[in-house]
Design a protein around this ligand. Structure first.
Ligand code: G6P
Length: 608
């Protein structure tokens, strides 16, 4: 949510800042701006809309000479997305420029205080108080002004600060919003995430909350919140820029859907050694496992829907009660948690504000915590007692696909691992399930191959204005994600319902204009869902069924059918989502939607 970049080096900053902002555009894209230091002054250009507008306005940065600068791509929180509210913001005296990601919770009080002192505010943003506090506290010592300003701020922020009096340096400050420093040769960078700087350097410092950094072209100094210089840990990033490029696909989303077999393989295979699941990063002993009497899984968005599906499998294999709770709810519901609770937190970005807050809340109540995260070094990865990474690689499209399925793969592994520790599986069954697990990349590839009719189907359905997804148990959990995908990228109103609940209300909306997508990939529940299909068919609805390969009964009832490969039923979920992802993609494409950057959304939601 909002992306920030900064560059200090020996070449023009503006083109590098614009390039970084393009790579961060998934974080927000309603307006953007850059500020560049030139001849002792700060030059500023801002533009409503996507980065392309800013590129046009600055002729790809060529109209803004200068070697040091900061940039921002915005996802509006305070004030409409327009040029005035776009970052960077300048102080009243024009000496300071600031870019900000996060929310300053006490900005109203600060604004009143500064207004009383004669400061004038031009924008509606919370950020403008920061830049004017810098002016207020600046007495010739920039570092001191940065520290005094940070001490007044409540909330979350990653800040980039430029000051005209110090044209060779930038400050970057972190509190509860992601911020990394890229350490180069003769140039240094900061950014909201690694994607923005990976083409310049692979050496990265992950700032901790309360830390700040001073960057010149040749030097990076990291300070703790008291202003003491500290020795930062420099991490080497192993993936390269190709992983964050489209590689010939029209959209990142399609590329990432197609990458799923590889991502799942990368997530599973290294963790199976001599036929056994080895979770190196998870050090719970058998005794500690047996002491657990409840598992609570929390997350937001698609990650939460992984939790909904995983619940069934963990309970089936481990016979431990599993509850799922949305992170935004969990943090305020006074949860019943103690040392015997295992909290599992799922997050692609590792930076989702509500998930972080829920994790902190449960930790404080004594829960043991395990995070399943895609972004190495992210806040959630650092906060949890243990972390298992999904090796999906960078995911750029706002609507998640490969992060979702790799999270699912990790949950499968966790369930098997836990069931084994708890003595719930005999050796033969354990071995069989591990073999099935290793087959999953191929199963997902088969699911992609079976989806070749979807571009045509999308032509039939793209004008639908309202649709339902129905299913039971895991089918229902997958429908939640399928329905979210559809509304996120195609803007078609879509709801997922537990199939049995349809007759308790939603069926009132069903008529001959309704499209109903019915997932029925579990044979024990197939007949039940089929009855629900008949109920809506009787009311004129069009039905698209999703069933296991070879199932004939579905084609007898549904108007159209998409097939999913047969696998160990417990692992069906991972293949079942594939046709739903592809259908959403092609329906959105038929509707001419901006698939990788859907309106109003952001990939990393770092505000509450
Ligand atoms: C946003 C994204 C979703 C994602 C959710 C949770 O809403 O658009 O795709 O599922 O945040 O994000 P996380 O990074 O915690 O998985």
């Amino acid at each position: 949510m909002c992306g920030i970049v900064g560059f200090a080096g020996d070449q023009n900053a503006a083109p590098i800042l614009l390039e970084g902002l393009k790579l961060l555009e998934y974080r927000g894209y309603d307006s953007a701006g850059i500020a560049v230091m030139n001849e002792g002054k700060i030059a500023l250009t801002k533009s409503q809309g996507k980065i392309a507008n800013l590129c046009e306005k600055t002729q790809d940065g060529t109209t803004m000479p200068g070697f040091i600068g900061i940039g921002h791509t915005r996802w509006a929180t305070h004030g409409a997305p327009n040029d005035t509210n776009a970052h960077p913001h300048l102080s009243n005296d024009g000496k300071f420029a600031v870019v900000h990601n996060g929310i300053i919770e006490n900005y109203m009080a600060l604004r009143e205080e500064l207004t009383a002192k004669g400061f004038v505010f031009k924008s509606e943003t919370d950020t403008e108080v920061i830049v004017n506090l810098l002016e207020l506290y600046y007495k010739g010592n920039l570092k001191a002004a940065v520290m005094k300003t940070a001490a007044r701020l409540e909330g979350s922020y990653a800040l980039g600060v430029a000051c005209a009096d110090f044209p060779d340096r930038l400050f970057a400050v972190r509190e509860a919003s992601p911020l990394i420093i890229g350490v180069g040769v003769g140039e240094n960078h900061f950014a909201s995430d690694v994607t923005a700087i990976i083409s310049h350097t692979r050496n990265v410092i992950y700032l901790e909350d309360g830390e700040f950094a001073e960057l010149t072209a040749d030097n990076v100094t990291v300070y703790d919140c008291m202003g003491n210089a500290i020795e930062p840990q420099v991490t080497r990033i192993s993936w390269d820029i190709e992983a964050a490029e489209k590689g010939g696909y029209e959209h990142f989303m399609l590329k990432e859907i197609m990458e799923q077999p590889r991502a799942i393989k990368a997530t599973i295979e290294p963790r199976v050694k001599d036929g056994r699941i080895v979770l190196d990063d998870f050090d719970m002993t058998e005794e500690q496992f047996k002491n657990i009497n409840k598992i609570l899984i929390t997350a937001c968005g698609s990650s939460y829907y992984v939790a909904c599906a995983a619940k069934y499998m963990i309970e089936q294999l481990c016979r431990i009660p599993v509850t799922t709770e949305l992170a935004s709810e969990l943090r305020y519901c006074d949860p019943i948690i103690d040392e015997r609770t295992l909290l599992i937190v799922l997050s692609q970005s590792g930076e989702t504000a509500d998930t972080i807050a829920a994790l902190k809340e449960c930790k404080a109540r004594g829960a043991r915590t395990l995070a399943i995260v895609n972004v190495v070094g992210s806040t959630i990865a650092k906060l949890a007692d243990n972390v298992l990474y999904t090796w999906a690689g960078p995911e750029i499209a706002v609507a998640t696909t490969k992060a979702y399925t790799t999270q699912m793969a990790v949950m499968f592994m966790f369930a098997l691992y836990a069931a084994d520790k708890l003595g719930k599986l005999d050796n033969a069954e354990y071995d069989r399930l591990v073999c099935e697990l290793l087959l999953l990349p191929g199963v997902v590839q088969r699911a992609i191959d079976l989806s070749s009719d979807i571009p045509e189907l999308a032509k039939k359905y793209y004008k639908t204005r309202s649709l339902f997804f129905i299913g039971r148990n895991v089918d229902y959990a997958i429908c939640l994600e399928g329905s979210l995908k559809m509304k996120e990228i195609s803007y078609i109103h879509s709801e997922a319902y537990a199939a049995g609940e349809l007759k308790h209300g939603p069926i009132a909306l069903v008529d001959d204009k309704t499209l109903l997508i019915a997932a029925a990939c579990y044979e024990n529940l197939f007949e039940k869902t089929l009855s629900n299909i008949k109920e809506v068919k009787a009311r004129g609805a069009e039905v698209l069924g999703i069933a296991l390969e070879g199932n004939r009964a579905m084609s007898a009832e549904a108007d159209e059918v998409l097939y999913v490969p047969r696998t160990e039923p417990m692992f069906n979920a991972i293949a079942e989502i594939i046709p739903m992802q592809l259908l959403s993609y092609y329906v959105a494409k038929e509707n001419g939607c901006d698939i990788d950057k859907p309106k109003n959304l952001a990939k990393s939601v770092t505000v509450e």
